[in-house]
Design a protein around this ligand. Structure first.
Ligand code: SF4
Length: 281
């Protein structure tokens, strides 16, 4: 994938997912952007990394797309919100690069995870890249907020072995306050995945004073337990590693005084999910 980058641009492979990246797709004509989105032949990637042990089972290659319509107050990658901050990459080139890791990923019981940003902002590209990965025998996962889940057909979902579904809060108002968006499409997507018996890991970010309310935890736990296809819930502790991006991008960061949750608080949150019969870590 790295070879697709123009001179002077950083390589697509990131040293860390916390690298700030802006305007890398700036030179791409508007018509090319529209064609890319319409065909899925080209996509925009913030970066990718190899060797991730935290984005699905085993050791994985993870690619982060650009473009997200949500505005989560704790987002640690706000530079992924803008499509044009990403590096344009053809789907064939991305698949070719991914193929180089095929044997290693198999040995490490891992696979490929498409994350973001929100991958379904580029749903045709996402579907093609996941299908290409699956065709190479690579386990596939996609991390999504689920809002545009209806953009993926059932056939498109067939190329996905696992969905990492972010459920950010519970209750219409709280969800809107945290993300700026309606929770309904995410829950509808979760129910559709359940009907298709598609394995799901739910990802939930625990933020003291914002998402640690028992009503939120119990609401998500009850919903997740009722689906029947949730293999695990990941309680991710809020952190401040993305704060500098908000500041550098001139964005209004509202969590400057918020501390990460204690290990005890994370464990108590996990217990709420476990009480519903779910595996939680
Ligand atoms: S959905 Fe993900 S990428 Fe989008 S704003 Fe929220 S945390 Fe950030």
């Amino acid at each position: 994938m790295a070879e697709d980058t123009a001179q002077g641009q950083p390589p697509l492979e990131a040293k860390s997912p916390f690298e700030l990246r802006v305007n890398l797709g700036q030179g791409v004509p508007e018509t090319d952007v529209r064609t890319a989105l319409a065909t899925g032949e080209m996509g925009f990637l913030h970066s990718y990394t190899t060797g991730s042990a935290v984005d699905g089972p085993g050791v994985r290659v993870v690619a982060w797309t650009t473009g997200c319509m949500w505005r989560c107050r704790y987002c640690h990658n706000p530079d992924t919100w803008t499509l044009g901050n990403g590096i344009p990459v053809s789907v064939n080139r991305a698949a070719e690069e991914l193929g180089k890791y095929r044997q290693g990923l198999k040995v490490m019981a891992g696979g490929f995870t498409l994350s973001g940003g929100e991958p379904l902002m580029q749903h045709r590209f996402a579907a093609k890249l996941l299908a290409a990965s699956k065709a190479m025998g690579i386990h596939t996962a996609m991390e999504t907020n689920g809002y545009y889940g209806d953009r993926l057909t059932d056939a498109g979902l067939g190329a996905l072995d696992l969905v990492l579904l972010g459920i950010k809060s519970w209750g219409a108002e709280r969800h809107k306050d945290l993300t700026g968006m309606d929770i309904t499409p995410t829950l509808e997507f979760a129910r559709r995945l359940a009907a298709l018996r598609k394995p799901v890991w739910i990802r939930f970010v625990l933020v003291p004073g914002l998402t640690d309310d028992p009503e939120i935890l119990e609401g998500i736990a009850g919903f997740a337990a009722g689906l029947g296809n949730v293999e695990r819930v990941e309680v991710l502790p809020f952190h401040q590693m993305g704060r500098f991006k908000w500041e550098r991008l001139g964005l209004d960061y509202t969590l400057g005084d918020t501390q990460p949750p204690t290990p005890d608080a994370c464990e108590r949150a996990c217990e709420v999910f476990r009480a519903q019969g779910l595996k939680a870590y």
